[in-house]
Design a protein around this ligand. Structure first.
Ligand code: GYE
Length: 358
């Protein structure tokens, strides 16, 4: 499809977005870049929808002033992993349509080599001026980042941190995974308060990801406060099916388990099935703490099967696109723009579940 037809489609979808999404403006909302700026909409967990503000005229004498309509973003998504990932993808598709950004979307089916090959394709794609990466693995990106920089592309890392020189990308937009781990351990300490034993098993995300590494690190930093011991730990690759299978293995090895730390909600939901099949009461006999704050977790908390979920917001696209536009216009950016996280307890779930978007 040539650029003219792209342009027509973009105008059409943009017009539709203006009609469909009403007049609350992302552009008019306080900037989402500053980490402590939390709009009212965000605190209600409803993404501020964007419509098209009149863009600054391109009259700057000192070179081009980019607007969202000039942005062609190549988004490198990981692959299907459950509620969090689905919401993260929706955030980019919905926000790009609202802002009039031409979004090229690639999901790698959780195949690291595929994701790196797609990154190379985006570097070679002359239309693309912004590349957004949700990295499957935290290492191995330096050469691609260097080539992207030399090709004049803005790169924004979203969702998962990477280990690469900071000058090779504009910024990282995402969570403090270590703090999420600390919060999970603090919640488990509260849940096990008074218990004579505090044996906890850990369901780990995919081992190479920064989310898995730092959540585990944070949990271990704080679990000592109350004498928690991690007796078994194994990857279940973020999935409910593997979470169930690994939890069965844990229970077969020893039923002397007082808590489960699941590094995401999907794996916790799988573990709940395994605990029920073992004739035990999840949420009571065995306490469960997970991370993400997806709808499935709220449902499990309302059902009394999950005790706590530590939020990790997937609605990152507004912050990502705003940072990318600033980078296109040569504006300075912090090297990390944190997303906003809360901790949700089962006793509050019924009153919140109705307002959750994912
Ligand atoms: O916690 C998990 C998803 O990278 C923060 O990836 C994300 C994690 C999230 O599979 O559910």
């Amino acid at each position: 499809m040539n650029r003219k037809s792209h342009h027509f489609l973009r105008l059409f979808f943009t017009g539709m977005a203006v009609v469909l999404f009403g007049c609350t403006t992302l552009m008019g909302a306080p900037s989402v870049i500053s980490p402590d700026t939390v709009s009212a909409a965000e605190s209600a967990h409803v993404e501020p929808t964007a419509t098209l503000e009149p863009q600054p005229a391109d009259d700057s004498s000192s070179g081009k002033r980019y607007t969202y309509r000039d942005m062609v973003a190549g988004f490198l998504q990981t692959g299907p992993e459950g509620g969090w990932r689905k919401a993260n993808s929706e955030s980019f598709k919905e926000t790009a349509a609202e802002l009039g950004i031409l979004l090229k979307f690639h999901q790698s089916n959780n195949d690291y080599q595929d994701q790196k090959a797609a990154f190379r394709d985006y570097i070679d794609d002359a239309e693309i001026n912004v590349i957004v990466l949700a990295a499957l693995e935290s290492t191995g990106w330096d050469n691609l980042l260097r080539d992207a920089k030399e090709a004049g592309k803005v790169v924004v890392i979203e969702d998962r941190r990477i280990d690469a020189p900071e000058d090779l990308y504009a910024t990282y937009v995402g969570s403090d995974f270590t703090e999420e781990g600390r919060k999970a351990a603090d919640a488990m300490c509260q849940l096990l308060d008074g218990s004579s034993k505090k044996n906890v098993v850990e369901l780990v995300g995919n081992v190479g990801s920064s989310a898995a590494r730092y959540r585990g690190q944070g949990f271990r930093e704080n679990m000592g406060k109350c004498g928690i011991t991690i007796t078994q730990s194994e990857t279940a690759n973020w999935s409910a099916a593997e979470g169930e299978q690994v939890m069965r293995g844990f229970l077969n090895k020893s039923a002397d388990i007082q808590g489960v730390f699941a590094q995401n909600d999907e794996m916790a939901i799988g573990a709940i099935t395994a605990i029920q099949d073992a004739g035990m009461d999840p949420g009571a006999d065995i306490k469960l703490v997970s991370v993400d704050g997806t709808y499935g977790a709220f449902k499990a908390m309302v059902d009394g099967d999950l005790n706590v979920t530590v939020e990790c917001s997937p609605w990152l696209a507004p912050q990502v696109f705003e940072a990318a536009l600033m980078a296109l216009n040569g504006e300075d950016l912090p090297k990390w723009i944190p997303s906003r996280e809360e901790v949700f307890w089962a006793e509050d779930a019924a009153g919140i579940i109705g307002s959750r978007r994912y």
